[in-house]
Design a protein around this ligand. Structure first.
Ligand code: FE2
Length: 182
């Protein structure tokens, strides 16, 4: 599994959301790699992986809410729809974590997801697309690691991955839209 390098301070300032997403995904990948080496995709490893995925989905839901309130035109509704869908998936992840013996994690908002709005929507859309590709890469890697273990979790992850792929397509569409990016 490829582990992304840590962002420099300047990058973190310039693209705070992407930096947050990368650090969440680095954590998921590192933990999963360690756990897999120790015991394979057992219940505990899967639960920890889902905790990371939940943190990522909550960060996305918040990001899209913030994007929705600062965008104009049809993009506003699109962002808010994404946020709602991510929130629903986050609820299902939390439920699965409980089924696997974990505790429903406290909803802690990511550190700096709302920063960087002064850069304009187009720059933030580009940042989101890179972050979305990091997200998709991690979920694909997790599915490979999971293999045929835990079909319930596998289905949930597959559903999340499909949504992320749609999300990426939507971002590409907005980036091509002259109202938002030219
Ligand atoms: Fe997404």
């Amino acid at each position: 599994m490829r582990v992304y390098r840590k962002a420099t301070e300047a990058e973190a300032r310039a693209q705070p959301f992407l930096t947050d997403v990368e650090s969440i995904h680095n954590r998921i990948r590192r933990k999963m790699k360690r756990k897999m080496a120790a015991s394979g995709p057992d219940r505990d490893a899967v639960r920890r992986m889902l905790e990371g995925v939940l943190a990522a989905e909550l960060a996305w839901a918040r990001r899209n809410r913030v994007q929705g309130t600062s965008a104009r035109g049809p993009a506003t509704q699109w962002f808010l729809d994404q946020a709602r869908a991510e929130q629903t998936l986050a609820e299902r992840l939390a439920a699965r974590i409980e089924e696997l013996g974990g505790r429903r994690p406290a909803r802690r908002p990511p550190r700096r997801a709302e920063d960087g709005n002064e850069r304009g929507l187009c720059a933030r859309l580009r940042e989101d697309l890179v972050a979305e590709r990091v997200t998709i890469g991690t979920y694909r890697a997790l599915l490979r690691l999971l293999g045929d273990h835990d079909p319930d979790t596998r289905r949930l992850l597959e559903e999340i991955l499909a949504r992320e792929e749609e999300h990426a397509e939507g971002l590409v569409g907005l980036l091509r839209d002259a109202r938002y990016c030219s």
